[in-house]
Ligand binder design. Structure first.
Ligand SMILES: Nc1ncnc2c1ncn2[C@@H]1O[C@H](COP(=O)(O)OP(=O)(O)O)[C@@H](O)[C@H]1O
Ligand SMILES: [Mg+2]
Length: 234
């Protein structure tokens, strides 16, 4: 599903070069549930932006679902994003003026799907995340956990194969976090590939595989029996 090779991304902060990604190579199989763990500033979001085709690396290769992104222009990247990837963010990123139904419906409007089918699919998606009774509530009438469930329904509405979640429980209390993890497990069981970014070890443990990133480098991967910390990438 995902294959990246020797990704590098450097930001210049004044005179100082920050190596946000410093040679990251990684393979994620179809239907895996992977957690990427690391402290704040370790490069997690930079990596997610590369995996989600939201940003391109300075050097290195990204393959998503067999497609080499190297030759893709902005437009092709956005088509791939819309067709294959669902995003979930820490801040939910819902539109405040739209209710839950309308937030989830939006991607389908962009796709030109007719009203009747939209209604069917949005209602089904909101039921699946347990918000049947909250469809016409605006974000400010919903709890954090409920807002994140709306965001998950929105991420899933176009039937992506890959779900990228950047600290989805980062703004939630422990009860809501558990609810969200339950929903993510359900999404995984339906056959999706999930990459979950978190700084929380307890959240990471719920995934089938844990990858630790530090200073822009992968320093541990539970899928590799003996990870060679001296030669990451080998
Ligand atoms: N747009 C940017 N401009 C400059 N520095 C950035 C930018 N984005 C990220 N960085 C730096 O790159 C490093 C990795 O950031 P990030 O990927 O956001 O880490 P994380 O998500 O693990 O907290 C940090 O040192 C951060 O300050
Ligand atoms: Mg981050």
């Amino acid at each position: 599903m995902i294959s990246v090779k020797d990704l590098r991304k450097t930001y210049l902060l004044g005179e100082e070069a920050v190596h946000a990604l410093d040679g990251v190579s990684l393979e994620v199989d179809d239907k895996e549930f992977v957690a990427i763990i690391g402290q704040s500033g370790s490069g997690k979001s930079t990596l997610m932006n590369m995996l989600g085709c939201l940003d391109i690396p300075d050097t290195g290769d990204v393959f998503i679902d067999g497609e080499d992104l190297a030759g893709f222009n902005e437009n092709q990247l956005s088509v791939l994003r819309n067709e294959k990837i669902g995003f979930i963010f820490q801040q939910f990123n819902l539109l405040a003026k739209l209710d839950a139904f309308e937030n989830v419906e939006l991607p389908l409007i962009y796709q030109g799907i007719k009203l009747e089918e939209r209604k069917k699919r949005v209602e089904k998606a909101l039921c699946e995340v347990g918000l049947k009774e909250r469809m016409h509530h605006k974000p400010n009438q919903l709890s954090g956990g409920q807002q994140q469930r709306v965001a998950i329904a929105r991420a899933l509405i176009a039937n992506p194969t890959l779900i990228l979640a950047d600290e989805p429980t980062g703004n939630l209390d422990s009860k809501s976090s558990k609810d969200i993890m339950k929903v993510l497990h359900q999404v995984h069981e339906q056959g999706n590939t999930i990459v979950l970014i978190t700084h929380d070890n307890d959240v990471a443990k719920e995934a089938g595989r844990q990858i630790r990133i530090m200073d822009g480098k992968i320093v541990y991967d539970s899928a590799k029996e003996e990870f060679d910390e001296i030669n990451p990438g080998n």
